[in-house]
Design a protein around this ligand. Structure first.
Ligand code: DP6
Length: 388
């Protein structure tokens, strides 16, 4: 049997959104996208893998449950890594023919809709790359699992290039800057209580591609310029520019959802309340100090600099009261500055119904996937789940 390889991989939240595929099967996007990779110490996926001549079939356990290995996306990732290993001659043919066991879990609730597939597939592919000793870039293989997963293969700020080749070999992620470049950058994820059944990203982007004229406009007229501008803002650590582009791009993505036919919406009344308070807060500051962005769900991700965190957490706490205030803020330790009377009047905000924001995760920009050797593998020495 091979040794057990265990890897943790991060979540990423896009500031220029990926929405729409040029190729459904190869998951090649219609436009470039840009994201920040978030600290694995706060949120991560963990995956253990091993192969053995004794295993009778490929098997996978996800978040404590045995799942089928037949999913085409999973198969494509495994095939992609194996053919790369064969091309690089990194392991012998016998090793490549052995069956595999995969065990994976997220340290955050999958149901919260927090980019779990991005972290999960980046983790799987990074673990497979270590197991099969693949040395080259594997972002184009992670992409086959879930488009956004290719950006979680790197830390810091990441640019996913749409590419032009039909086979997708140039549709890869590259790092813009590493996680040490802008150490003050923080993210607050506001987990919004929302029980509606959502249109999946995969389905939503298909409807948009087929029906939204705004999507075509966005791809040709907006994204190329915004991508270049936000990459520059990141390099220059120009928060105001970064924030403006981030918010406009999130708004445009959600406008496309409404421009689709039939339309669908991910933002709820609580999401709109968050948008509203961020704009009011920025107006009072006289410049953008907080940026919101929303994926295919109602949860907000706020990007802001470290110095602004206590004040913004104070506003969030008074605007979105919690019935469990002691566990309202999770993740990195944070100070909360109570909102003073002046700010309260200026914001003219009325508290929402209790628990409309369930909790907040405080995190920062972090590194890409890494191997863990601290004895916390999810498979035992014989290659079976530690917690069956
Ligand atoms: C709104 O990567 O989940 O979060 O490629 O079909 O698996 P598939 O979609 P997925 O889409 C993510 C969409 C988004 C924007 C983004 O992350 O860029």
């Amino acid at each position: 049997m091979s040794g057990v390889i265990t890897v943790v991989a991060p979540v990423n939240i896009a500031v220029i959104k990926y929405w729409g595929k040029r190729d459904e099967e190869l998951i090649i996007p219609l436009n470039d996208s840009v994201s920040a990779t978030l600290d694995t110490n706060v949120m991560c996926a963990k995956t253990s893998v091993c192969v053995s001549p004794d295993f009778v079939k490929d098997e996978i356990w996800l978040n404590g449950r045995k799942e089928s290995f037949t999913s085409p996306r999973l198969q494509n990732c495994l095939r992609g890594i194996k053919s790369r290993a064969a091309a690089e001659r990194s392991v012998d043919d016998a090793f490549l023919s052995w069956k595999i066991h995969v065990c994976s879990e997220n340290n955050f609730p999958t149901a919260a809709g927090l980019a779990s597939s991005a972290a999960g597939y980046a983790c799987l592919v990074s673990a497979l790359a270590k197991l099969y000793k693949v040395k080259s870039d594997v972002s184009s293989i992670a992409r086959l699992g879930s488009g956004s997963a290719c950006r979680s293969v790197y830390g810091g700020f990441v640019h996913w290039h749409a590419g032009v080749k039909p086979d997708g070999t140039d549709s890869i992620a590259t790092q813009i800057v590493d996680s040490s470049h802008w150490p003050q950058m923080r993210a607050l994820i506001l987990v919004v209580g929302d029980h509606r059944k959502k249109v999946s990203s995969t389905k939503g982007m298909k409807i948009s591609k087929e029906t939204s004229e705004l999507l075509q406009y966005r791809i040709t007229k907006c994204v190329p310029f915004r991508t270049e501008a936000i990459c520059q803002a990141i390099r220059d650590k120009d928060f105001a520019k970064f924030a403006e582009i981030t918010m406009k791009d999130s708004n445009q993505f959600h406008a496309i959802c409404l421009d689709s036919y039939p339309p669908f919406a991910y933002l709820t009344a609580t999401s709109m309340k968050i948008i509203d308070f961020v704009h009011k807060y920025n107006d009072i500051c006289g410049e953008p100090r907080v940026a919101y962005t929303f994926d295919a769900g109602s949860n907000a991700c706020l990007y802001l600099l470290e110095d602004e965190v206590p004040k913004v957490l104070g506003v969030i706490q008074s605007l979105f009261p919690s019935s469990t205030p002691d566990s309202f803020i999770k993740g990195l330790p944070a100070r909360v500055e109570p909102v003073d009377a002046e700010l309260e009047t200026a914001l003219s905000l009325h508290p929402e119904e209790k628990d409309s924001v369930k909790y907040v995760i405080h995190t920062k920009v972090g590194e890409g996937p890494s191997e863990v050797t601290d004895g916390s593998a999810l498979l035992n020495d014989a290659g079976w789940p530690v917690n069956p």
